[in-house]
Design a protein around this ligand. Structure first.
Ligand code: ASP
Ligand code: MG
Length: 411
């Protein structure tokens, strides 16, 4: 029998009623002849509550116990989903990560999936089980400890199962009906995309469109898993959502697929550092050791052997970055005159595989922003993306102007 993976996020299993609704959708696929692997998240809010309990009990917690605790939310929903399906006379049972077993690295709270043996679940399918309900987000390390995959990790669980079982498709049920050209709360003309290429989705996910965990998209791209994002709220069960797929499957697309943004960025500039071999390493090693997620980096031309170095990071990491730089200065590893932090910036990016074959996207983006009087503070580009830092107060304006200029409201 063909296999389908259906993943339900926290809002889709938020209470018993929602679980019933989700189970009905599973029932529809079972009646079409699929064996279904259902991957569930914890009820919405549950994981946050568990994390809160951990932090209150032990601020410098043992990550192995953190994982033992925060993985428990998914155990509850997996069992409830299996029971609900049984009430519908569907042969279903639940699996926790260790029972599958979903084997991971031992990087607690951010474990990577190493293997998903299909033997145990397939043996049950052979005996007539039609639905394997799997607790998302969790696994077991080779040391035999419970691990979790990082926040939002159930998406990655789902895609990994789809790859391991050769599923026909991996459907991600969430509270939005698909992937949009930008966040509809910022631009009300945002349009739902029927299809989006893996690479575009990867950029959008890592740029802050929070619908899918970035790692799940990476996995889907690597194993060519057909990924569909759709709402579990809409009554019509065959609303198609958005298909995340190979770019060859997309006949014709806009040059730009979407506009992404990250509101809470900071721009930091080290003024007058020595321009010598090893200086970048001397700056960015301590930042990395301090857990600062550096994003954009710009080094100025130097004058008389000294230069300025600018980088961006999330605004809540500015304190850590300042500390790391002060420490590096005290120990003589680097030497700078000043460290200036601009904590009122946001990042706006346009993304599209069409940029590979179309020139002028950057020029158009800069022109649109200048026409709105928005000053660009830092620019970075990749093959299919252009990102700029702007003053946070202009972020919405920038997103709307770009959405308009690139005709994203039109198919
Ligand atoms: N429950 C976990 C979280 O909230 C995993 C997930 O839902 O994807 O991060
Ligand atoms: Mg999620």
């Amino acid at each position: 029998m063909p296999t389908l993976v259906m993943k339900f996020g926290g809002t889709s299993v938020a209470n018993l009623d929602r679980i019933k609704r989700a189970a009905k959708r599973v029932g529809v696929e079972v009646s079409k002849g699929y064996n279904v692997i259902v991957v569930v998240s914890a009820m919405s809010g549950k994981t946050n509550e568990l994390v809160g309990w951990v932090e209150e009990t032990s601020p410098l917690f043992d990550a192995r116990e953190y994982d033992a605790i925060v993985s428990s939310g998914e155990n509850v929903t997996a069992g409830l989903m299996a029971l609900t399906l049984q009430e519908m006379n569907i042969n279903a049972r639940s699996w926790q990560g260790w029972q599958v077993p979903l084997i991971t690295s031992s990087a607690h709270a951010a474990a990577r999936i190493e293997d998903i043996p299909t033997k145990n679940i397939n043996a049950k399918f052979d005996q007539g089980v039609r639905v394997a309900v799997v607790a998302g987000f969790q696994g077991i390390s080779s040391e035999g400890r419970i691990t979790t995959l990082g926040r939002g990790g159930s998406d990655t669980t789902a895609v990994a199962f789809a790859a391991a079982f050769g599923a026909e498709r991996c459907d991600i049920y969430t509270d939005v009906d698909g992937i949009y050209t930008t966040d509809p709360r910022v631009e009300n003309k945002a349009r739902k995309l029927d299809k989006i290429a893996f690479e575009e989705m990867l950029e959008l996910a890592s740029l802050g469109a929070k619908v899918l965990q970035t790692r799940s998209v990476e996995l889907a791209m690597r194993f060519k898993v057909k990924l569909r994002v759709l709402s579990s709220f809409e009554e019509q069960s065959d609303s198609a959502g958005t298909l995340v797929c190979d770019e060859e499957e997309i006949m014709e697309s806009n040059v730009v697929a979407g506009v992404a943004f990250q509101r809470d960025e900071a721009k930091m500039t080290l003024i007058s550092i020595a321009d010598r071999p090893g200086i970048a390493a001397a700056i960015f090693m301590p930042l990395s050791d301090a857990g600062v997620n550096v994003d954009m980096i710009v080094q100025n031309i130097s004058e008389e052997g000294r230069t300025d170095m600018t980088f961006s990071c999330p605004v809540d990491q500015v304190g850590r970055a300042q500390q790391a730089m002060a420490k590096a200065k005290d120990s003589g590893e680097i030497n700078f005159h000043d460290l200036i932090a601009d904590t009122d910036v946001a990042k706006v990016s346009v993304v599209g595989i069409g940029m590979r074959s179309h020139t002028g996207v950057a020029a158009k983006m800069f022109h649109v922003l200048s026409a709105e009087g928005v000053n660009i503070k830092v620019i970075t580009t990749s093959e299919i993306k252009i990102s700029v830092l702007v003053d946070r107060k202009y972020m919405e304006l920038a997103v709307q102007a770009l959405h308009d200029a690139f005709d994203l409201d039109k198919a």
